[in-house]
Design a protein around this ligand. Structure first.
Ligand code: DON
Length: 343
């Protein structure tokens, strides 16, 4: 009895000491345990696997052929631990999730984040990702690197003497971010290249306004190839975890992005990662993130982890329905909203 009482006293004293020494705010910052992360990934998968809302994007005809039922959820922490559920080894086209990474490459190559702000822009358009109106209307500040026109401008800023060199530079960078060899999914590339007249229109509007910095059609073609790079949910989560880990790939330990550019990339993701749904995304999930019409979404919890969802059925704005739900759920369960605890 006496022994147990003493233990209890000691335990309570230790708890008091912890509360005195660790301010409450920082306690919430502790990365959750492996067991918690494993469970939350599995729960997110189980909870939303039967959701059928949305439909495969089909304006790129080949995307309509991707099996709609695929669904994967992955977390990679800033220390390189991996937690997964579902179809996390299926390679899908990265599409617009590529855009923040190319913006990072431009900052990296040019040695400045101002290049992106000045030559492309960083304001959210509040309009769909392919809005011609936005590209025309916002001429003085242009757009941002996460909508199609700004992403094509980003590609045009990658240092290269030829289309091949431009693409290889992007591919090498993505491979370092993913810590894996990646390949273009050729059927999707060909399908988009044959139907991307709208993106060509964007490139020519940029051209007449002096907001594109290489041959416009070359930039569109390299951009189309970039969007067709295949990634798995697991690989995409490593790319995101590199942002979460201030630019160092936590699995390979290689520094890929200078730490000073990471907050810039995340800021653009926060403001424009979901296009005309960016406000609602900030309001619900509260995490910088990027979506793609291939069904992938990567969200970043700075300093802690990346959360990825992949599911081909997208909503009107081009954002994957199940991936959004899974990430929102995980953000709220782990209480990692960057704006603070909602509890
Ligand atoms: O340029 C396009 O339309 C596609 N390659 C990418 C668009 C996209 O992923 C929009 N995101 N949700």
């Amino acid at each position: 009895m006496f022994q147990q009482g003493r233990w209890k006293c000691g335990y309570q004293a230790m708890l008091v000491a912890v509360f005195l020494l660790v301010p409450l705010g920082t306690m919430a910052q502790v990365t959750p345990s492996a067991q918690v992360l494993n469970q939350v990934v599995q729960d997110a998968y189980d909870k939303f696997k039967d959701v059928k809302d949305g439909a495969n994007a089909d304006y790129i005809p080949e995307l309509a052929n991707v099996p709609s039922e695929l669904f994967g959820v992955a977390i990679v922490t800033a220390r390189g631990a991996v937690y997964t559920a579902g179809d996390v080894d299926y390679a899908f086209t990265i599409q617009s999730v590529s855009k923040p990474f190319t913006a990072a490459l431009v900052m990296q190559q040019q040695g400045s984040a101002n290049v992106v702000a000045g030559k492309i822009g960083v304001e959210p358009t509040g309009l769909p990702f392919n809005s011609i109106l936005a590209t025309q209307l916002l001429k003085p500040v242009s757009v941002n690197p996460l909508v199609n026109s700004g992403a094509i401008a980003s590609v045009s800023l990658v240092k290269a003497e030829s289309a091949e060199e431009r693409f290889n530079s992007i591919m090498n960078f993505f491979e370092q971010l993913a810590g894996a060899k990646l390949t273009v999914i050729d059927d999707v590339y060909k399908s988009e290249a044959a139907t991307n007249q709208r993106n060509r229109a964007h490139a020519y509007i940029l051209f007449v306004n002096d907001r594109i910095y290489s041959d416009p059609m070359e930039a569109v073609d390299v951009y189309t190839r970039q969007c067709s790079i295949g990634v798995t949910a697991k690989q995409l989560a490593v790319m995101g975890a590199t942002l979460a880990n201030s630019g160092v790939n936590p699995v390979t330990r290689q520094r890929v992005i200078d730490s000073r550019y990471v907050p810039k990339v995340l800021a653009i993701m926060m403001m424009a990662g979901f296009y005309n749904e960016s406000g609602m995304w900030a309001y619900t999930a509260g995490l910088p993130a990027k979506t793609g019409v291939g069904g992938g979404i990567v969200a970043v919890v700075p300093g802690k982890m990346a959360i990825v969802g992949f599911s081909p059925r997208v909503n009107e704005a081009g954002n994957s329905v199940r991936a959004m739900k899974a990430i929102e759920y995980i953000s709220s369960q782990l209480d990692v909203n960057v704006f603070g605890s909602g509890r």
